[in-house]
Design a protein around this ligand. Structure first.
Ligand code: ARG
Length: 467
């Protein structure tokens, strides 16, 4: 069979052109969505009296056949049919004869492909939210087990103040919560129907776009036909959100890599999530977080790629826009790959509590609290800061930590010191002193865990409503 658009042409297409312009190699991923959209479209054509109902039934039967064959892998897609839309149509016509050619009435591939992508992405956004939710649950589980685990908190990767390990983990729960909320919010803009925009200007047939929207469970239809066929900002928005998710995952990855080094030795990733070295038998490498960190680059690249493809494109559809797909598919696969490993990897991670404790005991991360102690005795904070700076310097020069100092030694730096300082300096006291909403005190973190449960319930509900 010749090209579906062959009428105007006097020659065959150069086969290199076929190969160069075809998208079937990757857009076959949209087969389910394409047929779903076509079923709704043809039902509408029947309802509006544009096609006789018996034709509609024949076409629907044919589409379902084609779908079944695609699922069974019985259809060989052809590059000369360019894309998934024309491959499906060709197979439909092969299945039911020329009546199949009526399906494309009142429609263009331009509004068709846009519809497919909206259908595809709205599913992925729900799936990915669900995977982020699983990761949150794993992090919260570890946080609950580590409500009494104190670790150094860092700034500039220098020990700063002791915190609960649970508090550190809950920071990621908050990040992933915003990621989920961003995806949920984007759903509103994805769940809009482009179909009915035609090639760019609408159609002469008396179609009912709202009926199609209802069948496909879209909340709204695009207001403007030109916008409907040339909008790809719903994909850009997804790629932006995906980039932020990867950025968050890359930070957690980096910490997992650091923490599992011999130098930190704070955690151990389960054997099932690590790999070995082909030459050094002792090695256990954190390949998964390393690779997630590395794959962040391709997701950012996909965002930059599409932003650049769309830059300065005149309205409405241009073939350039076919370049919107591979980056999107790749981003979805990259995110899914990372998230499906991250939840179980976090859940099975072993936390080396004694080692964390040792790190806290052997550092100066309680220094701020002595300054605060002196402030409590009436010394201005700037002066207190100076006093403690000198005290710390003395400790460093004498190989001591603050808790090793005798009262006599303390008094050298300020007469305001008294025995209470030894209690103030205990890591537990330091942590629990930060008893402010959102702070690291045990009660606060326990409350934060409770509040996160409420958020989990909200996500569960949203997921249920959008399955
Ligand atoms: N394969 C095309 C794409 O992905 C479908 C739309 C083609 N439209 C056109 N007017 N050539 O963008």
């Amino acid at each position: 069979m010749s090209k579906l658009w062959g009428g105007r042409f006097t020659k065959q297409t150069n086969h290199l052109v076929d190969e160069y312009t075809a998208s079937i190699g990757f857009d076959q991923k949209l087969a389910e969505e394409d047929i779903q959209g076509s079923l709704a479209h043809v039902t509408m054509l029947g309802k509006c009296g544009i096609l006789p109902l018996e034709d509609v039934e024949t076409i629907k039967g044919g589409l379902n056949k084609v779908l079944e064959k695609i699922r069974k892998g019985e259809i060989e897609f052809s590059v000369s049919d360019e894309d998934i839309h024309m491959n499906v149509e060709k197979n439909l016509i092969a299945e039911i004869g020329p009546v199949g050619g009526k399906l494309h009435t009142g429609r263009s591939r331009n509004d068709q492909v846009a519809t497919d992508m909206h259908l595809y992405l709205r599913k992925r956004v729900v799936e990915l939210s669900g995977m982020l939710y699983e990761l949150q649950k794993a992090l919260i589980g570890q946080a609950r087990d580590n409500l009494d685990t104190i670790v150094p908190g860092y700034t500039h990767l220098q020990r700063a103040q002791p915190i609960l390990f649970a508090h550190h983990l809950m920071a990621y729960v908050s990040m992933f919560q915003r990621d989920i909320e961003r995806l949920m919010d984007s759903y509103k803009r994805i769940n809009v129907l482009p179909l009915g925009a035609g090639a760019l200007a609408g159609t002469t047939f008396p179609i009912d776009r709202h009926f199609v929207a209802e069948q496909l469970q879209f909340d709204r239809v695009y207001e403007n036909s030109l916008d409907a066929v040339s909008d790809r900002d719903f994909i850009l928005e997804f790629l932006s959100h995906a980039s932020i998710i990867m950025m968050h995952l890359s930070r957690l990855s980096e910490e997992l890599v650091l923490w599992s080094s011999t130098e930190f030795n704070f955690i151990e990733l389960d054997d099932a999530f690590c790999t070995g070295s082909s030459i050094m038998p002792q090695k256990k490498n954190p390949d998964v977080p390393e690779l997630v960190r590395g794959k962040t680059g391709r997701v950012y690249g996909n965002l930059m790629g599409l932003l650049t493809v769309l830059k300065s494109l005149p309205l409405a559809y241009n073939k350039d826009m076919q370049e919107d797909k591979e980056g999107m598919f790749d981003t979805v696969a990259t995110l899914e790959g990372a998230l499906q490993l991250f939840a179980p990897m976090i859940a099975t991670m072993k936390v080396n509590k004694p080692r964390m404790r040792e790190a806290v005991n052997k550092d100066f991360s309680n220094a701020t609290d002595i300054a605060d102690f002196l402030v409590g005795k009436g010394l201005p904070f700037r002066q207190a800061h100076e006093v403690i700076g000198k005290t710390v310097l003395y400790c460093i020069q004498n190989g001591k930590y603050l808790l090793d100092l005798t009262m006599e030694e303390f008094k050298q730096f300020s007469p305001l010191f008294d025995d209470a300082i030894y209690q103030v300096l205990q890591p537990e006291t330091v942590v629990n002193a930060r008893n402010v909403y959102g702070g690291t005190a045990t009660d606060q973190v326990a409350d934060a865990i409770k509040r996160s449960e409420v958020l989990l319930r909200m996500t569960e509900q949203w997921l249920e409503e959008h399955q």
